[in-house]
Design a protein around this ligand. Structure first.
Ligand SMILES: *Cc1c(COP(=O)(O)O)cnc(C)c1O
Length: 242
């Protein structure tokens, strides 16, 4: 194996312990079925090799180029989640990653259509799992559809985007709210799920909760938590485009 892919024994043991800790928290707090996504952005491929020893397969990345490079050298069993800000001109690149499992950051009808078309054009026969990101905290610089546009966006995807499998809705939530109990962003997500499941006649997952607040997110019904720093340690700030 390429030496870049070989973790030190010390790092491997550290990661296995961290992952097992988070997994027992998930078991203890969840009220629904929930999966853990290991957010490995900015961390070396060797960290992912070490993490695979726990049997976990869902990994999340934010930067398209970094994801492409990691996907190329790492085992194809990995189920990649793209969780970065989605740019139209990156849909094709993402669609060509053979083991891309989900795009969590669809932020409107036009982006949904672009991803839908790129997925088929890349020759994929299965449907691509997606979440629609919601700007629950209504912050001007945050990605995601506004709550008032959510129903229309979800209906559009179900009717017009036949290469996409609508898994549910996702939020990042505001930093301030990550310490508030109950978290207003998570409560809003629960409401949005309930209302839209009834209106659209389909089941919707909630993707919410990160290092700071994943336990609370699970208590409020999350089905998909995205945990980075609690597993891999602090990240150096990264100044590259998506
Ligand atoms: C980075 C990131 C995470 C993980 O954040 P941590 O605080 O490291 O757990 C989760 N979701 C999204 C969308 C992210 O960008």
């Amino acid at each position: 194996m390429n030496s870049d892919l070989v973790p030190t024994l010390e790092r491997e043991n550290e990661l296995i312990e961290n992952i097992n800790d988070v997994l027992s928290d998930v078991e203890a707090k969840k009220v629904n079925e929930a999966r853990l996504v290991l957010v490995s952005k900015t961390k070396p491929a060797s960290d992912i090799v070490a993490s695979l020893k726990t049997g976990q397969l869902h990994f999340g990345e934010n930067y398209t180029q970094e994801l492409v490079e990691k996907a190329k050298v790492l085992p194809k069993e990995i189920k990649w989640h793209y969780i970065g800000r989605l740019q139209s001109n990156k849909c094709k690149t993402l669609a060509e990653i053979p083991n891309l499992w989900a795009v969590e950051t669809i932020d409107g009808k036009s982006k949904a259509k672009k991803m839908n078309d790129a997925w088929a054009a890349a020759g994929n026969k299965n449907k691509l799992n997606i979440y629609v990101q919601v700007n629950t905290s209504e912050e001007p610089n945050k990605g995601g559809v506004e709550t008032v546009d959510l129903e229309e966006t979800l209906a559009y995807i179900m009717e017009e985007c036949h290469n996409l499998n609508l898994l549910g809705i996702m939020t990042i939530g505001s930093v301030e709210n990550s310490n508030v109990v109950p978290n207003p962003d998570f409560l809003k997500m629960g409401e949005l799920r309930k209302n839209n499941e009834a209106k659209l006649g389909t089941k919707l997952e909630l993707s919410m909760g990160m290092t700071q607040d994943f336990e609370h997110a699970l208590e409020l019904g999350s089905n998909n938590v995205r945990v980075g720093q609690k597993i891999f340690g602090k990240r150096a700030p990264k100044n590259v485009p998506n």
